[in-house]
Design a binder for this molecule. Structure first.
Ligand code: SAM
Length: 272
């Protein structure tokens, strides 16, 4: 969804209500209706904890900002660990059209000029193609984490803005998961066709961690290395909706045949 016309949002809401009548799981809607019920990038609790550990490596009391946070699904999870984390969202109509109270921790502002304070970390989760506010983001922080949909999102890379990539990992996008859900639960097809399609499932969401200060980069790297050790010991620390990811073949450290590189899902690649 690039810009949310009121008509588009109303249509999406009606489709969601229809979907709920036949839905095979209460967790499917977050992948089939990502803007209304989830996020464009599919995440697990380990992603939340990775971001929290990056933020806390930079500051004991980090100023965390989520730019283009929508309804704040991911931001709310971050706030369980960083209660003062805030978001900005350009489009106020997403709240008033459905009479959804806008939480105080989401400010209606345009990222181009609305990031008022310097932040310890700015998260930009899946930006609409055509949007480019990298200058504004880069001016207000030393640490940026982005997620982008390979082949669809643009203007999400900060290498040309004085930042160096420190680490990256891959997860599915909402569309990757939605395709699997639709094939598995909502489309009649033979088992062999299902298996063939399953083999070509993709995972197109990339997470990039950037900093523009070598010392901070080193601190973040150490924090992530430690985090990975911890997350392997605590694999039952998870959200209920992660079962859908497992069922659809997007398991922690799963390798997908369709991907040219050797990178397993959620495996962190350190750069430099
Ligand atoms: C594709 S949605 C992603 C929402 C959420 N981050 C997620 O992953 O589900 C992009 C969001 O960014 C908002 N947005 C787009 N341009 C923006 C800008 N210049 N400043 C603030 N928010 C913006 C849109 O209104 C929309 O809610």
């Amino acid at each position: 969804m690039v810009s949310h016309s009121i008509e588009d949002l109303l249509k999406a809401r009606m489709s969601l209500q229809q979907f709920r009548r036949h839905s095979a799981s209460p967790y499917h809607e977050r992948y089939s209706f990502p803007f209304l019920r989830g996020t464009y990038f599919a995440y697990r609790k380990i992603d939340v904890l990775r971001l929290v550990s990056i933020a806390k490596a930079v500051s004991n009391n980090p100023r965390y900002l989520d730019v283009g946070c929508g309804y704040g699904d991911f931001l709310k999870k971050i706030r369980e660990f960083i209660p003062c984390a805030i978001g900005i969202e350009k489009d106020a109509s997403i709240f008033y059209i459905f009479n959804i109270p806008k939480p105080d921790f989401i400010k209606i502002a345009d990222a181009h000029w609305g990031i008022e304070q310097k932040c310890d970390i700015i998260f930009v989760g899946w930006m609409d193609p055509g949007e480019d506010f990298r200058d504004a983001v880069a001016a207000k922080t030393n640490v940026i984490v982005t997620t982008l949909d390979q082949g669809i999102s643009m203007a999400a890379e900060f290498d040309a803005h004085g930042f160096e990539m420190i680490a990256s990992w891959r997860t599915p996008s909402w569309e990757d998961v939605n395709t699997e859900i639709m094939n598995r639960y909502y489309t009649k097809m033979s088992n062999s066709v299902l298996q063939t399609l399953y083999k070509i499932r993709g995972a197109h969401n990339l997470w990039y961690v950037y900093s523009n200060k070598p010392k901070i980069s080193e601190t973040i790297k150490s924090a992530l290395v430690q985090r990975v050790e911890e997350e392997k010991k605590l694999l039952n620390e998870r959200y209920d909706f992660e079962d859908v990811l497992d069922e659809c073949g997007f398991r922690y450290l799963e390798r997908l045949e369709s991907l040219a590189d050797e990178q397993c899902l959620w495996d962190i690649q350190f750069i430099h």
